[in-house]
Design a protein around this ligand. Structure first.
Ligand code: ADP
Ligand code: ZN
Length: 712
């Protein structure tokens, strides 16, 4: 089977997203790869499709036990043999899973790293026919990443133990340093790195001042009833108070944090996944293990600690690609709390500085005057080339001016100091401050020394940070936060690219602007989902409850949206819906087609708007449900001959239907003879034949006979 066939058959998708096909080819070529894609970008397909195309077993290493269960369940719903090994299952169960793997009965096996390195598992694995290792959340291997896990470090031995098995490492969050570290440790050649766009245009971005937060949340929630969402808080205590307040306001919300017993936590999580509890108020402990595609909004009640975490957290919204909304509440008090937390921690000094610098980038995001998506995307060393139009800054733009010359001054200072300086020194050089450090390095001799005397230092700081956020240069956290030139810098320096930034706003001016913003209701992406979507959603929930699975395992929101717009009522139409593969058609197709059919049948207006294709499909569906041609004609108020034409059309479209049953051989022969006698040819009118039989043989029979005799 080739990769495209596997994609359609098992996952129901027609085409690969950018880079998926290249990555899969690389793996099928037995080469290693590092894959960087944002959450919801479609990483899983990159190893799940090769797993189905290749013989043997794909081993997926994942640190998240809850995620494992979900992924295995989704795979099984798609008719794929998968299982997992981790501490949540008994020894007997583990033996059974291992045996199944050994017998070649599994295509994918998920395992937690601590399990892989326990006992003599690695040796045992050598007896399996492993064709691929996929290492999910691979940034956990690096202490430069934001989620370092010591047990992941051991994965460095995989290449030594299994030199012939290709390794694909995947992550949603890795800056340059982390990326290089992952490659080094897993022995993946750096040039085999695939970075897909980190842009998630369906997620709207918004920062609001962190005042009267509950009130703001209340007015937001009133606008999005029944939608699933997560509110992230900094402390356990605040998750509880916020959840309580929301309950008092009449919203169904539950708090979730690491202090809650693990049974209760998994119950809360299940309720969220199953759409029983729409709102979770959580610390960051929530979400890591969640693969729910219909989370519609995320609110950060407090400031996140870094851009990676923030992006990963908001990335949990809108995984299905349909519009999702995110809001960050920004308050300076949060920054101070976070700063104190870092400073008073037990971490080594170097690590503390790294975390403070990362917090600072988060602060810059919140304070930004330029398109917020640009900032997020440039953080991942990408350039989206235009403003997004789906963030609050784009929607309420601040006054901008052309700052190419300002940028050139800063960039040339960075260049002339061999990219060895950080923010403070850069400002000192530009402003011509003759302090000790400047003089010691001889920077006062540079031609750029003092070229920015005209601007105050806080203005320079603001502009430089805007330029950094714009992507005009990079910052190297592992080299004392020094500034590094990139491709965009070179274009600006050569005068090939113009830069616009926003005018400096003093803290008091900002305060006034925030007050203004607070008065305005937040603008929200419109939700285009109709009545049918709601019906399908209810049906999905019923089915999910009946089979004891989360709703999204049945179908994602994106699939329901596509289904509600295509309104399929036949097999071939149903298989055209994005996200419907063979297995899901078999298991759920009938129930959904019936629901759609009923909906369409009751809505004559919709039916007529959908035109011929639909009316034919309705006839076909009724015929399949056991109605006779006469009954269909009666119920639908159409001629019997029209019913026959519909069925003929459906047959021609490849649907299974035995038309010979509808006419006996005597009629068939008689019509055939008469047609010959009257020399009726393809496309002729039926009236002469009808008159020939003096009205005793109906038009529907004549039409059917001519078609069956190939005379129609
Ligand atoms: P990640 O692991 O990167 O967070 P997933 O693999 O869970 O993302 O994919 C996110 C969503 O996108 C899933 O619902 C998945 O089925 C869907 N998806 C992935 N690849 C495609 C594709 N080629 N076409 C359509 N949908 C896709
Ligand atoms: Zn924007």
């Amino acid at each position: 089977m080739d990769k495209t066939t596997a994609l359609k058959k098992y996952f129901g998708y027609d085409s690969f997203r950018p880079l998926q096909a290249e990555i899969i080819d690389q793996i099928l070529d037995k080469k290693d790869a590092l894959v960087l894609m944002p959450t919801g970008g479609g990483k899983s397909i990159c190893f799940q499709v090769p797993a189905m195309v290749m013989d043997g077993l794909t081993v997926v290493i994942s640190p998240l036990i809850a995620l494992m269960k979900d992924q295995v369940e989704s795979l099984r719903a798609n008719g794929i043999k998968a299982s997992f090994l981790n501490s949540s299952i008994s020894n007997d169960e583990q033996d059974a899973v291992f045996w199944a793997a050994k017998m070649g009965e599994l295509k994918l096996l998920y395992i937690a790293p601590e399990k892989l390195f326990s006992g003599n598992m690695v040796e045992n694995f050598k007896n399996l026919n492993i064709t691929l290792f996929a290492i999910d959340e691979s940034h956990c291997i690096s202490s430069w990443g934001h989620d370092f896990r010591p047990e992941y470090r051991q994965l460095a031995i995989i290449k030594n133990e299994f030199p012939d098995v290709p390794v694909v490492a995947l992550t949603a969050t890795a800056d340059k340093v982390t990326r290089r570290d992952i490659c080094k440790q897993l022995q993946i050649p750096e040039e085999n790195t695939y970075i897909s766009s980190f842009d998630r245009p369906n997620i709207s971005l918004e920062v609001l001042p962190g005042r009267k937060r509950l009130q703001q949340i209340q007015s937001f929630l009133n606008k999005v009833p029944n939608q699933s969402g997560i509110i992230y808080c900094l402390s356990r205590r605040s998750t509880e108070t916020v959840a309580e307040s929301l309950n008092k306001m009449g919203f169904k919300a539950e708090a979730y944090h690491a202090g809650i017993s693990s049974e209760k936590r998994s119950r809360i999580q299940e309720n969220f996944i199953n759409d029983d509890t729409p709102i979770i108020v959580a610390t960051i402990a929530f979400g890591m293990g969640i693969d729910k595609s219909n989370v519609r909004w995320i609110i950060h009640y407090n400031m996140p600690s870094n851009v990676e975490s923030f992006y990963q957290e908001i990335g949990r919204a809108g995984r299905d690609g349909t519009p999702a909304q995110t809001t960050l509440f920004y308050s300076f008090a949060d920054i101070i709390t976070r700063t104190d937390m870092i400073k008073s921690s037990e971490l080594p000094q170097e690590q503390k500085e790294l975390m403070l610098a990362k917090l600072d980038r988060m602060k810059q995001y919140a304070e930004a005057n330029i398109c917020r998506r640009r900032i997020l995307i440039s953080y991942f060393n990408e350039d989206i080339g235009k403003d997004c139009g789906n963030c609050d800054v784009c929607k309420n733009p601040r006054k901008k001016f052309e700052a190419t010359v300002i940028a050139q001054k800063a960039l040339s200072a960075i260049s002339r100091t061999q990219e060895k300086i950080a923010l403070t020194m850069l400002v000192d050089i530009l402003r011509g401050s003759r302090n000790q450090s400047v003089i010691r390095h001889g920077y006062d001799q540079l031609p750029t020394f003092g070229v920015g005397k005209d601007l105050k230092s806080e203005v320079w700081v603001d502009y430089i940070l805007q330029l950094l956020n714009y992507g005009a240069f990079d910052i190297a956290y592992d080299e004392g936060h020094t500034f590094k030139l990139n491709e965009v810098s070179r274009q600006i320096l050569k005068g090939q690219r113009k830069v616009e930034i926003s005018e400096y706003i003093s803290p008091s001016e900002r305060q006034a602007a925030e007050e203004e913003l607070l008065k305005r209701a937040p603008s929200k992406t419109e939700q285009v989902k109709g009545e049918l979507f709601e019906k399908l959603r209810v049906l999905r929930k019923q089915i999910a409850d009946a089979i004891g699975s989360p709703a999204y395992i049945v179908f994602s929101d994106a699939t329901l949206v596509d289904m509600a717009s295509k309104k399929p009522i036949t097999k071939s139409q149903f298989l055209e819906v994005s996200g419907v593969g063979q297995e899901k058609f078999k298991r759920f197709g009938e129930a959904f087609m019936k629901e759609i059919f009923e909906f369409v049948n009751q809505n004559k207006e919709i039916a007529s708007r959908m035109g011929k294709g639909l009316t034919q499909a309705v006839t076909f569906q009724m015929y399949q449900d056991g109605f006779s041609v006469e009954e269909i004609a009666q119920q639908r108020s159409i001629a019997q001959s029209t019913v026959i034409s519909h069925l003929i059309k459906m047959k021609e479209d490849g649907n299974e239907i035995d038309l010979t049953k509808l006419i006996d051989s005597w009629d068939l022969n008689a019509i055939g003879d008469a047609a010959k006698e009257l020399k009726v040819k393809k496309g002729d009118a039926l009236k002469p034949l009808f008159e020939h039989f003096e009205g005793n043989v109906g038009y529907e029979k004549i039409r059917l006979a001519l078609w069956l005799l190939d005379l129609a």
